[in-house]
Design a protein around this ligand. Structure first.
Ligand code: NAP
Length: 259
């Protein structure tokens, strides 16, 4: 992405970097190129090294915090760490989701209670939990953003329980935006087209989805992670100061197509 100074003087945290293919990593590079100061999280000690190695390739030193979003104490500790390191923050990027493979693969009516609740907890409720943590740190207002997918509103084959979690996530974006707006905090979602990441490989038939999108999307191709990163930089920047509670599609236009 072209270097800009759109985020010069802004500080924020990115949740959801797993490896170099992660959408969160493309967003982090875009934000770093735009002048932002970044902090990162990792889900557990086993995965810390991978995130550490990636983050060390950025030009500035970035604090790293453990944060499994299902653990309230870790979310609270992340808030304390950010406050200690940065004093205040301007943005938070929530770029994570999880569902058990068996709950993605079975017919939707076979979804287990535990699998349903787990997908909701990690992929949807966590946005509310981290927004509550981040709001007091956004002393001059701020931007919270999350990643979603079209399977929230259409029945996409094999997306199943994750589609329902994304529907709840998008609704949470609207309620959080309404709740936090008077503090100058904006909350938005980016609905990305399919991208070949670790999480996406959990969806069976994912390669077919990539092929169909390239064939049918108005732009006749799949989206690049850098294009998602561009929207994320825009949403964290003052250029988007009038936008909140929205789901912005970065999907080469696939969502507008009927037959
Ligand atoms: P990814 O690289 O596999 O990222 C998923 C992230 O979720 C990983 O960093 C994973 O951490 C994290 N995570 C899972 N459970 C967690 C927990 N309990 N606490 C904290 N973190 C947890 O895949 P991605 O495709 O970039 O996914 C990022 C976001 O984009 C997700 O919300 C996904 O639904 C969304 N999205 C993806 C696509 C696509 O086609 N790829 C399209 C639209 C939207 P660990 O690996 O460390 O467990």
């Amino acid at each position: 992405m072209t270097k800009t100074n759109l985020l010069q003087g802004k500080k924020g945290v990115v949740l959801g970097v797993a490896n170099k293919r992660s959408i969160a990593w493309a967003i982090s590079k875009g934000m770093s190129d735009a002048g932002a100061e970044l902090a990162f999280t990792y889900q557990n000690e086993k995965l810390k090294g991978r995130v550490e190695d990636l983050v060390s390739t950025l030009p500035a030193e970035c604090p790293l915090f453990p944060c499994d979003v299902t653990d309230d104490e870790q979310v609270a500790a992340l808030g304390e760490g950010l406050s200690r390191n940065f004093g205040s923050i301007d943005f938070l990027v929530h770029c994570l989701a999880f569902a058990n493979r068996e709950d993605l693969e079975c017919g939707f009516s076979q979804t287990s209670r535990e699998g349903y609740l787990l997908a909701q907890e990690v992929s949807s409720y966590s946005l509310t939990a981290v927004s509550r943590m981040a709001a007091p740190l956004m002393k001059d207002g701020g931007s919270i953003q999350t990643l979603t997918y079209l399977g929230s509103e259409r029945a996409v084959k094999n997306y199943n329980v994750m589609g329902v979690a994304k529907a709840a996530l998008e609704s949470s974006v609207r309620y959080l935006a309404a709740d936090l707006g008077e503090k100058g905090i904006r909350v938005n979602a980016i609905s990305a087209g399919p991208i070949n990441t670790l999480a996406a490989r959990g969806i069976s038939g994912f390669t077919d989805i990539l092929g169909q999108v390239a064939e049918r999307a108005p732009l006749k191709r799949n989206v690049e992670t850098e294009e998602v990163a561009g929207a994320a930089v825009f949403l964290a920047s003052d250029l988007s100061s009038g936008i909140t509670g929205e789901v912005i599609y970065v999907d080469c236009g696939y969502n507008i197509v009927g037959l």
